[in-house]
Structures are given as structure tokens and as C-alpha cells.
Design a protein around this ligand. Structure first.
Ligand code: SF4
Length: 174
């Protein structure tokens, strides 16, 4: 039996290329995990949850889709954007590593690593540290070369593509 990986998914479009890459270039069994309390307002959290469900169906992988929502932690954040994003990556790494440990996964990673707009090296550090904390191996993949391809696939599949990062502050350009 092959090892398995819990893939944190931030949204449908970002997941398409990452799933292809993991299926084609590893022998891991992939399960998606949608857990993004940083996406605001609630309707948007559900819209991206829907895009993730569509993407996982199109790629034929199982998905665990949460609907955790937490606007207060982001709304009340007073420090810099860089520090806010660090907190945001940490929250999602923690949720995913914890879930992976609970369910007995060997590995975890995230579709956040496809985005050219995120702080890639910082995320790598956070996911590595969090994996160690929960006893889950972090599989690092630089998915960024497939960002455009994934967005193109989303267009072709008619999957919703959002226009802002996710939190209430990013909605207003902060
Ligand atoms: S801008 Fe994006 S990564 Fe940064 S805190 Fe907001 S949702 Fe999270």
C-alpha cells in the first residue's frame, strides 16, 4: 500500500495543478483538506469551499471540507501585513498537520505553494516546523511553475476564480 498525503487546499483553482503534480510525480495517495478560517466574508468561504469540491471531483480525489470561520482574529490584527500573513499560514499549517496526525497520514503539504503572491520561503519554514510538532512529514513542492496552467484549467472547467487573497483586510487592499 502506498503512503498517503493530506493536501491542504486554499481554493479550487490553486488545487488543480498541485493535484496533477502529486499524482504524476509521487506515488502518494492524495486526500484534499479545505480548512481556511481566514476567508471572509462567510459567503466567500463557502464559495471557495464549493470551488474546491468541484476541483476534487474533476481530479477524482477524496476531500475533507471544513467550514471553520474566524473573522475576528484577522479583523482585530494590528501588526504589519507580513506578520498577519505569518499568523495566517501558521493557523492553516496547524489545522492541517493536526488533522493529518489524527487521521494517520504520513505526509502533508499545501496548495499555497503554487501561489507566486505568497511568502513562499516563510511558508516553507512554518510548514516544516509545524510538521515536526505534530510528527507529520512535510512534503515540500515548489508548485509555482504550474500556477498559470492551474488557472487555465479552472477557466476551462468553469471553476470560480476569486480576485483577492482571502481575509477581510485583503478584500480592502490592506
Ligand atoms: S492577505 Fe492572505 S495570507 Fe495574508 S492574512 Fe490575508 S488571507 Fe492570509
Amino acid at each position: 500500500m502506498s503512503d498517503n498525503i493530506l493536501l491542504h487546499i486554499c481554493c479550487g483553482p490553486c488545487s488543480l495543478y498541485c493535484i496533477d503534480d502529486l499524482k504524476q510525480n509521487t506515488s502518494l495517495e492524495v486526500t484534499g483538506y479545505y480548512a481556511n478560517p481566514n476567508i471572509h466574508p462567510y459567503e466567500e468561504l463557502m464559495r471557495r469551499r464549493g470551488s474546491t469540491i468541484s476541483a476534487c471531483k474533476a481530479k477524482n480525489i477524496p476531500l475533507i471540507a471544513e467550514d471553520f470561520y474566524n473573522i475576528q482574529q484577522w479583523k482585530a490584527w494590528e501588526s504589519s501585513r507580513a506578520e498577519r500573513c505569518r499568523m495566517c499560514y501558521t493557523v492553516r499549517a496547524e489545522m492541517t498537520a493536526k488533522k493529518a496526525a489524527e487521521l494517520g497520514f504520513e505526509y502533508y503539504t499545501s496548495t499555497l505553494f503554487v501561489s507566486p503572491y505568497q511568502q513562499h520561503d516563510l511558508m516553507k519554514e512554518i510548514f516544516e516546523e509545524t510538521g515536526k510538532k505534530y510528527g507529520i512529514k512535510f512534503l515540500y513542492r515548489d508548485f509555482r511553475k504550474g500556477f498559470r496552467e492551474g488557472q487555465q484549467q479552472a477557466r476551462e472547467l468553469g471553476i470560480y476564480r476569486q480576485k483577492y487573497c482571502g481575509c477581510i483586510k485583503s478584500l480592502y487592499g490592506e
